[in-house]
Design a protein around this ligand. Structure first.
Ligand SMILES: Cc1cc2nc3c(=O)[nH]c(=O)nc-3n(C[C@H](O)[C@H](O)[C@H](O)COP(=O)(O)OP(=O)(O)OC[C@H]3O[C@@H](n4cnc5c(N)ncnc54)[C@H](O)[C@@H]3O)c2cc1C
Length: 457
């Protein structure tokens, strides 16, 4: 009997899994493998929320495989060395994996291909496992990627996505391959108390419930901070516990304006992935340089600290930053306005903000995070790179009653209605009752500084 290895990376599921289905195709035995790569931990910053979520996903993947007669093999080390060692132990013929879009993932694929070929084995890399449409499947004339979302969306919407695959009924894993123990969830504590539970079952349950009860009101409700009416699928999509292609198919079958608006948002995910695939250096460098001379030094450091800790004196900014600390997740509107505040009002380098988000976000994703940060900082694909979001206007528009601020900034919980967005308007004793910081900067001063720096005054 032939044996194949399936290397799982950002695709921790058994449903709609092209590499697994291809590997099983001819009645093969399959070694489902996950390699913990210490280089990932060393290269990045600590991400305990994602580590905890990942532990859930691995436990769930193992359970999904065991239900079908298989099991997950977990190893630690360099992925190329570990895959080659497993290939030898299992006497496997080939290896299947999902295509990645980051520079890191591409280099890993290349190294693995070379190592396997040197040993007479093959690597099969499958597209449209992590994204709904393969990155690079559609390109505009004269470029290797779309730099503007709307034409990309138009084109993406016309493409036929592959049909989702059912989970295999049986997975046979050879017994002779050594595996480390799965991480015990209790040994991987998250830093955020309100972290969601990970795993394919959770993700699929959430998707079904969301399509049944949430999607219809998505179009009107997705920007309402207090209503919290978005899907919360992002961490499951990031770890591939649910498949992007399947989510799009199921949302389209659901139909309606809400589901359509939701699919458009999912397209943003593919959009950023195709940008990163074409420009891997945009993970750290400006996609389009504006020759920014970001603020540095003591004062900027103090402002950055206030922003991280949710004490800028702008209630909606602070509420969103505290939601991030507590849940390891932040509402998209919160991400937009906190990123604008950091990069424009405080004129601090987007990389500082992106790093802090990557440390805490359970859905922290190189393509989505770095390129959304660049979009907000005006160094990315935004066609209006100098737009600045005013946190008071944003607060009143997207949290009109102030409920979101009161939820996350308890110091201000006694303030009723939209007054909570402008606590500095309180005077005398009223003001003294609230132990809440003064604004780190006047908005007009922040705006003038930004415009001056960008040469627009
Ligand atoms: C500064 C900044 C940083 C961000 N960092 C990340 C990140 O690290 N990881 C991440 O998944 N998303 C990131 N986003 C995008 C977006 O905020 C989240 O995907 C969304 O808030 C997740 O919540 P949800 O699943 O309820 O989204 P929904 O509104 O239910 O949307 C469904 C799915 O569409 C995708 N999506 C929605 N909006 C975007 C977007 N603007 N860009 C890319 N994909 C999108 C996500 O996969 C999301 O799960 C960031 C946005 C900004 C402005």
């Amino acid at each position: 009997m032939n044996v194949s290895v399936v290397l799982f990376t950002s695709d921790l599921r058994v449903h709609d899994h092209p590499p697994l289905r291809a590997a099983l195709g001819r009645g093969n035995e399959v070694v489902p493998l996950f390699v913990r790569d210490p280089a990932v931990a060393r290269a990045g910053h600590p991400a305990p929320n994602r580590d905890a979520f990942l532990a859930d996903c691995l436990i769930a993947l193992d359970a999904g495989l065991r239900e079908r007669g298989g099991r997950l093999v977990v190893r630690s080390g360099d992925p190329v060395d570990e895959v080659c060692a497993v290939v030898k132990e299992a006497d496997a013929d080939d290896v299947h994996m999902a295509a990645g879009c980051s520079g890191f993932a591409r280099r890993r694929e290349d190294r693995l291909r070379r190592a396997l070929e040197a040993d007479g084995r093959r690597l099969y890399v499958h597209d449209a496992v992590v994204t709904a449409l393969p990155t690079g499947a559609v390109t505009p004339d004269g470029s290797d990627h779309y730099a503007v979302f709307t034409p990309y969306f138009r084109r993406w919407s016309r493409e036929r996505l592959r049909e989702p695959l059912a989970a295999p009924r049986v997975v046979r894993t050879p017994g002779k391959v050594r595996s480390e123990d799965l991480p015990a969830r209790a040994d991987v504590p998250s830093v955020s108390e309100g972290l969601a539970a990970g795993g394919e079952k959770e993700g699929r349950g959430l998707l079904t419930a969301w399509l049944a009860r949430g999607a219809d009101s998505y179009e009107e409700g997705h920007d309402d901070l207090a209503g919290d009416a978005t899907s919360h699928l992002s961490p499951y999509l990031h770890f591939g516990a649910v498949s992007a292609a399947e989510v799009v198919h199921r949302a389209r079958s659901r139909g309606g304006a809400g589901a359509e608006a939701f699919v458009r948002q999912l397209c943003w995910r593919d959009f950023h992935h195709q940008v990163l695939a074409a420009r891997p250096d945009a993970a750290a460098g400006d996609y389009r340089t504006r020759h920014d001379r970001w603020r540095r030094g003591k004062e900027a450091d103090a402002d950055l600290r206030a922003w991280r800790e949710g004490r800028t004196g702008y209630p909606v900014v602070d509420a969103a930053m505290r939601q991030l600390a507590h849940e390891g997740w932040m509402h998209n509107r919160g991400r937009l306005l906190t990123a604008s505040f950091l990069t424009k009002t405080l004129y601090i380098d987007w990389r500082e903000g992106a790093r802090h988000f990557m440390e805490l976000l359970v859905d922290g994703d190189l393509a989505n995070n770095q390129l959304n940060w660049q979009w907000m900082a005006g160094t990315g694909t935004d066609s209006r790179p100098n737009r600045v979001l005013n946190p008071v206007i944003q607060g009143k528009r997207y949290d009109p009653d102030g409920a979101y601020v009161r939820r996350w900034v308890p110091e201000l919980a006694g303030l009723e209605g939209p007054a909570v967005h402008e606590p500095w308007k309180l005077t005398g004793l009223d003001r003294a009752r609230y132990d809440y910081p003064d604004p780190v900067v006047e908005l007009a001063d922040g705006l003038a500084r930004f415009r001056h720096a960008r040469g627009r005054d």
